[in-house]
Design a protein around this ligand. Sequence first.
Ligand code: PLP
Length: 399
Amino acid sequence: MSHVLERRLEEALEGFVRDGVYKRLNYLDSPQAARVTMEGRGEVIILSSNNYLGLSNQAEVVAAGKAALDRYGAGTASVRFICGTFTIHRALEHACARLVGTPASLSFVSCWNANEAFPGTLLTEHDVIISDQLNHASIIDGIRLAKAITRCRSAVYRHGDLADLEAKLEAERGDRVRMVVTDGIFSMEGSIAPLPDLVELCRRHDAVLVVDDSHATGVLGARGRGTAEHFGLVGEVDIITSTLGKALGGAAGGFVAAAASVCDYLTQRARPQLFSNALPPTVAASSLAAIEYLEAHPERVATLQRNARYFRERLLELGFRPLAGETPIIPVILGETAAAIRMSDLLLKEGVFVTGFGYPVVPQGEARVRCQISAAHTREDLDEALAAFQRVGRALKLI
Ligand SMILES: Cc1ncc(COP(=O)(O)O)c(C=O)c1O
């Protein structure tokens, strides 16, 4: 390897260690569940997983993946339009569309891929995409890529600030597509996008509304259909992107759900579709089984929502000040990155796995530990985790 590159990387890595921001990977030797086996630590309660519905190790989800391996083999061995597409992909895409309430959907190997695909494929040099300031990195990179590919323009509106968004829509009046994009649930805050106002604003300005519901699918609404269901707006969002790698089985994969013409156009032109293999059939089958399980068991969503409420209320009673909200993402702000990492380390010593996040993932001075609650957690799991929070909180003089 080039000496220049080697030296640069070594210096940067040493800097990460010095600044207390070096990420160490924790190896698990068991499936994702409320409690996992962590190499070198034994059993720990996991409060940092997106396995919101506890479906990653659900018997039906695992069995469907195994059956698909027998039926379809390991994979597509090429791009879908070149060498054929499996019927399981079509079944999955029908199920994704049905779940989120759109006429059609198209699967991708990840939601990252889906978010990289739609702006650069659907926009042109005449168009503009306007993005919430706190949107996920995949949306930000998708927009950067779209600008390079199509020469479209972009703007950023202040987080959740509808007046700022409206001003930006006004400034971009004219015969062009104006696309507004937001996360459904913001993953670092656990807050929900103001969807009713966004729908109204986009309708009034003839703008296209895109919602990335990766943290909301399976989580919000009585049946886990996402942010639109939470607000009684199923069918009102133009384009929904979401992941199969969180509540819906947790393996991998993502999708764009929208009108048939949008999905058909993406099939024709989206570069990640045209130049990359499809989702492995095992994963497609597991994800389909996860959606079918969710449709048959809405009580899982109710359990998740009840667990999240319980954990948030007990944290408040202990004297912590989590960010206000109503989702299973419950961040406790600590200030400096090193403080968040220290709290996360102490909690892990107590047998509770909660990740600390610092700058640049969250703004400077707003480092946090982020708890994520699952329907898989029992009251006993949550109470044990809360007792660990109390001990660590006292040791750090936070409560
Ligand atoms: C809001 C949001 N969008 C997209 C993604 C990417 O999803 P995937 O893991 O399917 O690439 C994530 C994952 O963290 C996310 O939180």
